[in-house]
Design a binder for this molecule. Structure first.
Ligand SMILES: [Zn+2]
Length: 249
């Protein structure tokens, strides 16, 4: 078994959630694949200016393609489940499709959303549940390690400070803070810059604070440079000295 499979709900989850983890592995020569359940046609902050809401699906499809390239992702599947409607879609079908893709590419590790969806987003929660079920349904021999994205207290504090940069209310993002995480990736400033280039591919999703934070390099390092994860199951210690998941030591 080889490689890492990241299973997300929306275009931009892969960058904003796990961009550093993906870069760390793709740059180390580990094959990285991605599943994205929706085209994110509901999420919008009105960018790029002049775009129409009905164009959003097409815009975000192109944004994901660019971001996948910026992250050096080997391959990705972009599905057509409705944005905001993953929970109401056929859960057994989603689980089966994830399981089939795992069987096809045989990743050593899968990274998905946990039961909190980081901030309670129903699509994240549903996609995470299907991913967990797909991994659990595999035979012992075929089952990859499983990790969840998580938010710890320092990261939550940094997000609140970042959202407050433009007078936003940091309390409006209901982050679910974990008391315990198993590993924290601390990205180098160079890695943060690479992650930022990938995030920038998602122009339609750049809230004001994500633009303003460039003027606050210290805070940007804290927000984008810290990625906590929870080990659900692993055959190896959670993290290696090189900052790779244990499976890739
Ligand atoms: Zn999302």
């Amino acid at each position: 078994m080889a490689g890492l499979l990241v299973v997300m709900a929306h275009p931009d989850d892969e960058c904003m959630g796990a961009g550093g983890l993906i870069l760390r592995h793709s740059r180390a020569g580990v094959e990285v694949n991605l599943i994205c359940a929706t085209r994110g046609e509901k999420g919008w902050v009105g960018k790029p200016s002049g775009a129409r809401r009905e164009d959003l699906s097409r815009i975000r499809t192109a944004e994901l393609e660019a971001a996948a390239s910026a992250l050096a992702i080997n391959g990705y599947l972009l599905w057509d489940y409705p944005d905001g409607g993953v929970e109401g879609s056929d859960q057994a079908e989603i689980t089966k499709r994830i399981g089939e893709h795992i069987s096809t590419i045989a990743p050593a590790a899968v990274v998905g959303w946990g039961p909190d969806g980081a901030y309670g987003h129903p699509d994240h929660i549903a996609m995470g549940r299907c991913t967990d079920a797909a991994v659990a349904a595999l035979s012992d021999r075929a089952r990859p390690a499983l990790y969840h994205l998580a938010v710890d207290a320092p990261l939550a504090d940094s997000y609140r400070a970042a959202i407050a940069l433009n007078g936003g209310d940091g309390g409006t993002l209901p982050l679910v803070v974990k008391d315990h995480v198993d590993l924290v990736l601390d990205l180098t400033p160079e890695e943060v810059q690479m992650k930022l280039r990938a995030i920038d591919c998602h122009q339609s999703q750049l809230e004001t604070w994500r633009v303003e934070i460039r003027n606050h390099p210290h805070l940007m390092q804290q927000v984008y440079g810290r990625e906590p994860y929870i080990t659900v199951s692993s055959r190896a210690p959670a993290i290696t000295t090189g900052g790779l998941l244990g499976e890739f030591a």
